[in-house]
Design a protein around this ligand. Structure first.
Ligand code: GCW
Length: 675
């Protein structure tokens, strides 16, 4: 599949990401039996055939004489949960028994990962290789904010930093689906099982996918199906009007119900394993049930009942807030909105509704507390939404390895002990309702997929952490390096040096202490401290000559701390216990307020901003030592982006430091140059 795409590189020129042929050398030399039927088993067979053709060994169709046996579904004895597999040693033979086709694919890649840096015998001796392997999160989904055409303001991929859509061109599916096939292969290798293929902001062109575009969607679904992935569409709540010609989209109207029932039936008639719908309603201008005086349970259940007979799921987003605020109104707090809208609806959503909640109460900031909605809805299936695309974390111009951020979020304990965020999403929370994780993808037609080549690691990490949220981020990075570059200690060390701390470094030179935003409105790249302060979208820092931060306490502020259960409602409420990194999210304090770490807020801003720039310079120097150690195009692209990161970090440093010095008058204790 090497035909050229109209925009972007031909498939043959595209970086293989973490699946270069070399990554399969460890299984290539073996005699591998693949046993079972179905599309995904055939994919496993194709992978083994490709590896053995390249590296020797053989593909077998029966266990006899094999070094490695991969056996799926009916042939696998025992009780394995869906998507799970078991790895055992039978004499000298490694046997992977899988519950189903997708599980066999996951089992294959489990072996590939473990043999990327060593041989099979050595892999067998490692902890974590043998035994039962099951996904922690049943739903592991990527959303694409892809438009069918180029949107005048947002471009083709909303918040996309990697070129155009790999799916769509000029209002319809691309002719050359080579990139889609490669993408599906990458996703299958890290056990993603659902994708949504169009933007949650559904414009007129995309709204028609649901009716006139089904052939295109079916073609995409076929490509994804071979890798165990179900396809979804984002739909507009107003579709009965805009697409169906009705006069209303009131969720309690009989004609509206009938319309959705028919629309769903038509979709599943064309695509029997279609996954369902994603809906952004009453959010940032998208239509929703509020227009009819209905609530979001009415809205979600309308669609849920239409798709239920077909086994479909409705992903209903909780990202609902007032984006036409008046900055003078101090009582409106955007952070409160999702909880205020949704917590009272707990228990009212149908079983096939998944409430999709952004990880924080705001909007994918570098640092936010965990959304209080996660702990507030035990009778609702909750999926936590992450942002792989780096809208607020450097837009794939800056290195920002997000594995550590996600590990921290997923491991957060909303009740202080016991259950984690990952547990709640996976169905091990108080109500036991399982859903999973969703993330906004970061790929496009760019030859490295992700604009910044190192951002490939974020995509990889999302899949791996959705499978096992307890994996240490540093191990995930090792896996990614070994697969991508081969087992090379120098490359691995260099990438750890450049990436391990890059999230904290990004935090250091951008908005401080959890205050968030301070970005240029619109495109959200680069510093603009007061950019959002007087806009309708929300007010984020309230800085004046005396201090900075948002008072979200119950005692004197917006009361947001009261949305958390114990212990957090009190931990965040009290200055003495509020963690430094979230101080300005929860409190308005004087510039001279002394942090737990022993310096004033103003001094902290200076220290971290100088430190952040130094760290970026060190990253660039370290990367320079990799010339000749990684392929030149990869090296060059990263080097170019680091130059921009060095420039950008200086811009952030100088604007933040100058702003704080001018507002506060607090001099830098170390007398460094502030403009
Ligand atoms: O982060 C904001 C983005 C919007 C996006 C919205 C959302 C798709 O700035 O571009 O719209 O979130 O999540 O719906």
């Amino acid at each position: 599949m090497t035909g050229s795409t109209t925009s972007g590189a031909a498939v043959a020129d595209v970086h293989p990401a973490w699946l270069p042929d070399r990554a399969f050398a460890g299984i290539g030399g073996l005699r591998v039996a693949v046993i079972g039927d179905g599309d995904v088993v055939q994919t496993v067979r194709d992978e083994v055939e490709r590896a053995t053709a390249r590296f020797g060994g053989a593909l077998l169709h029966a266990a006899e004489g094999a070094d490695l046996v991969l056996v799926a579904a009916a042939q696998a004895p025992g009780q394995l949960a869906p998507e799970s597999f078991d790895v055992a040693l039978d004499e000298d033979v490694v046997v992977v028994r899988a519950a189903d086709g997708p599980a066999l694919l996951y089992g294959l890649h489990h072996v590939v990962r473990h043999t990327a840096a060593r041989d099979l015998a050595a892999a067998v001796g490692r902890t974590g290789f043998l035994g039962v392997h099951a996904p922690a999160e049943p739903i592991r989904m990527l959303d694409h904010w892809d438009n069918l055409t180029v949107h005048p303001v947002m471009g083709q991929v909303e918040r996309g930093y990697s070129g155009d859509s790999i799916f769509w061109l000029d209002g319809r599916l691309r002719d050359d689906l080579g990139r889609v096939e490669e993408y599906a292969r990458l996703l299958g290798s890290m056990a993603i099982n659902r994708v949504a293929v169009n933007n949650v902001n559904v414009h007129a062109v995309e709204a028609h996918l649901l009716t006139d575009g089904l052939d295109d969607v079916a073609t995409l679904a076929a490509a994804f199906r071979r890798h165990g992935i179900r396809t979804h569409l984002s739909v507009s709540f107003a579709a009965p009007m805009t697409v169906g010609g009705l006069a209303t989209s009131d969720p309690l109207d009989d004609d509206v119900r009938a319309w959705w029932t028919r629309a769903a039936a038509a979709v599943w008639a064309r695509i029997p394993d279609f996954g369902g719908f994603v809906v952004k309603a009453d959010s940032e201008g998208q239509p929703g049930p509020f227009a009819y005086g209905r609530d979001h349970a009415d809205g979600a259940n309308l669609l849920a009942r239409a798709v239920a007979p077909h086994g479909g799921t409705v992903f209903w987003r909780a990202f609902v807030y007032n984006h036409t605020q008046d900055w003078r109104d101090r009582s409106t707090d955007r952070a409160r909105a999702a909880y205020d809208h949704f917590a009272p609806l707990d228990g009212r959503f149908d079983d096939n509704v998944v409430l999709q909640v952004k990880y924080g109460p705001m909007d994918f900031q570098t640092r936010e507390p965990v959304s209080p909605v996660v702990a507030a809805m035990p009778r609702t299936r909750l999926a936590v939404e992450l942002q792989v695309t780096q809208e607020y974390t450097g837009q794939q111009k800056h290195v920002c390895w997000l594995g550590p951020q996600w590990s921290e979020l997923l491991g957060f304990r909303p009740w202080g002990a016991g259950t984690t965020v990952a547990d709640v999403a996976g169905g091990h929370g108080p109500g036991g309702r399982a859903a999973g994780l969703v993330a906004v993808s970061n790929v496009g037609t760019d030859e490295f997929w992700t604009g910044h080549p190192l951002a490939q690691a974020n995509l990889y990490a999302f899949g791996r952490l959705a499978w096992d949220p307890t994996l240490p981020a540093t191990d995930v990075l090792d896996e990614w390096v070994d697969l991508t570059f081969g087992a090379d200690d120098d490359v691995r060390d260099a990438l750890h040096d450049v990436m391990d701390e890059s999230w904290h470094t990004y935090e250091d030179y951008t908005a401080p202490l959890g205050v968030g935003f301070m970005v240029r409105p619109g495109h959200h790249y680069g510093p603009d401290v007061d950019g959002y302060e007087y806009t309708p979208w929300g007010t984020y820092h309230f800085a004046d000559r005396d201090g900075i931060g948002v008072d979200r306490t119950r005692a004197t502020g917006t009361g947001y701390t009261g949305q958390y259960p114990e212990p957090w409602r009190d931990v965040y409420e009290r200055l003495e216990t509020c963690p430094d990194e979230l101080l300005l999210f929860f409190h308005h304090v004087p510039w001279t307020h002394v942090l737990h770490r022993g310096v004033s807020v103003a001094q902290h801003v200076y220290d971290t901003h100088f430190r952040g720039v130094d760290a970026v310079d060190a990253m660039a120097e370290r990367w320079a030592t990799m010339q000749g150690r990684v392929p030149d195009p990869f090296f060059d692209r990263v080097a170019q982006r680091l130059t921009e990161q060095q420039r950008g970090a200086r811009e952030w440093r100088d604007q933040l430091n100058t702003y704080v010095l001018r507002k506060s008058g607090v001099p830098d204790a170390h007398g460094r140059r502030i403009h």
